[in-house]
Write a protein that binds this ligand. Structure first.
Ligand code: PLP
Length: 500
């Protein structure tokens, strides 16, 4: 609990509060305006004047208001919220990397170019594909990049006008149809079978001369492995379509299976999920794409090439779809992923997947008695429960999610995938100890008991967080786009023109 009222930084401190104590200036001082001829500085611009302890406390306190992976379990299905090893950040903070300039010439950027090239090679080895581009900044952008390459492939074969449909199973992540739309294609949704695998008859029916691609999420969005992938990729290829793998959830596959061996043509990998680079709160991320040899010429340009131990940028890529990101993508994230891959090595990465699968199956079996488990097959890195059994107590999945916060656990993904009623999609990841998994399971069990004995506890939850249940629509109904001083902090109010 805070004892001081919570305030913005600009409402704290006061005139003369400073962070650094600088030595006395030993050169003559001159006003800034001498250097900025003709520029008009905003004399009324009000900046916070705060001391270092005020800034440190401000941000440390803010960091405790929200749930995040450094505070506790974050079993958000499909998101792979795993621990981010601190050595990743330490190396990304080294001056040679952190201060590298993207406009520096190749000679100056040898180290950074090598990082990109080494990561591409590692991801190609892990995925079993011929080549990788690290430009896309997110999984969704990787999907778009992959589909643009598929479009270029069909155009080069003179089928650009006829093949404009992409077949997507109904369990897919929402970004799949969105990416299809972005490249000007049309989505054809096919249903899943009762046990959540692809309905092959529906697939056959949709595969005709208008099909540009099939998009498949592996493992599927219920955390289950599709057993007939080779059959699906063969069917698609026989019909002239390409096969895209949504590899955002590679945490169950790394070191165990290479998608390139299963007949896929292109995939994206979410570094900010499987490869431990931080995410949540909106990024930054990286969604590299990996392609089979026939799509390599279409990869985003420029490419990092290696000649005689030197690295250079190759802009001469006439068939490339072009740039999808400025410079080289989110370099700091690429670097962290390379550190992660290098510190674990092949055996370590295999252990990651195995442990992630084990943890998910452990929780699934333990919770199956208390919650509905619509798909009880062995799961991969995640599983989906249904809260439909709680409805008879007047309690919903949303209430379970809110109550979990009182136990120091972030909610699982709720109401997704859409094909499960009252879905709770749980992904513990490999970085949680048995202790933590048991704590989560005990919390879930207690919540199930509470639903029957005292449902109001759940309906009013969370009880221990800085804010309780939010009115989720109010921020949209009562838009506040300007900051207005609370007036509490500073003796002298700023002029009105400086506000907001
Ligand atoms: C997370 C995810 C995406 C999208 O990735 P972003 O980086 O959020 O754009 C796509 N597909 C699946 C299956 C995902 O889990």
């Amino acid at each position: 609990m805070t004892t001081m009222p919570r305030r913005l930084l600009i409402e704290q401190g006061g005139p003369g509060h400073r962070g650094p104590a600088l030595p006395r200036c030993d050169v003559p001082t001159r006003p800034v305006t001498e250097h900025l001829r003709g520029a008009r500085l905003r004399a009324e611009l009000r900046l916070p004047e705060v001391s270092e302890p005020e800034v440190v406390r401000h941000f440390v306190e803010l960091s405790t208001l929200n749930h995040h992976i450094d505070r506790g379990l974050y079993p958000l299905g499909s998101c792979t919220m795993k621990h981010n090893p601190k050595i990743n950040d330490e190396i990304a903070g080294l001056a040679g990397f952190a201060l590298a300039h993207p406009l520096g010439d190749d000679a100056a950027n040898q180290g950074a170019l090598r990082v990109i090239r080494e990561l591409e090679k590692a991801l190609a080895a892990i995925s079993g594909f011929a080549a990788v581009s690290t430009q896309p900044a997110a999984g969704a952008q990787g999907e778009m990049t992959g589909l643009l390459m598929i479009r270029a492939h069909h155009r080069a074969r003179g089928e650009g006008e006829t093949r404009r449909r992409v077949i997507v199973p109904d369990s897919a992540h929402g970004t799949n149809p969105a990416s299809v739309h972005l490249v000007g294609y049309e989505t054809v949704v096919i249903p899943s079978e009762a046990h959540a695998t692809v309905d092959l008859d529906a697939l056959r029916g949709a595969l005709d001369e208008r099909a540009a691609a099939v998009m498949l999420t592996v493992p599927n969005t219920l955390g289950l492995f599709e057993p007939r992938i080779r059959e699906i990729t063969a069917l698609a290829h026989a019909a002239g379509a390409q096969v895209y793998m949504d590899g955002a959830n590679m945490n169950a596959l790394v070191g165990l299976v290479r998608p390139g061996d299963l007949g896929f043509d292109v995939m994206h990998i979410n570094l900010h999920k499987t490869f431990s680079t931080p995410h949540g709160g909106g990024g930054p991320g990286a969604g590299p794409v990996a392609v089979a040899a026939h799509l390599e010429p279409y990869l985003p340009a420029p490419r990092v090439v290696e000649r005689d131990g030197r690295y250079a940028l190759d802009e001469d890529r006439p068939r490339s779809i072009g740039r999808v990101h400025s410079f080289h993508g989110n370099f700091g994230i690429l670097l962290r992923a390379l550190v992660y891959v290098s510190t674990l090595g092949p055996e370590g990465l295999r252990a990651v997947s195995r442990t992630a699968i084990l943890n998910a199956n452990y929780l699934m079996r333990r919770l199956a008695g208390r919650y509905d488990l619509p798909h009880p097959e062995h799961c991969m890195h995640e599983f989906v429960l249904s809260g439909r059994g709680l409805k008879r107590h007047g309690v919903k999945t949303l209430d379970v999610a809110k109550r979990l916060l009182d136990f120091g656990v972030h909610a699982p993904t709720v109401y997704f995938p859409l094909i499960v009623d009252e879905a709770l999609m749980i992904e513990p990841t490999e970085t949680e100890t048995l202790d933590r998994l048991d704590h989560f399971a005990a919390a879930m069990e207690r919540i199930a008991d509470e639903a029957a004995a005292n449902p109001q506890t759940l309906l009013d939850a969370p009880h221990t967080t800085p804010v309780g249940r939010l009115d989720e629509a109010r921020a949209a109904r009562e838009l506040k786009l300007h900051w207005a001083s609370s007036g509490a902090a500073r003796p002298a109010a700023a002029p009105a023109s400086a506000r907001g």
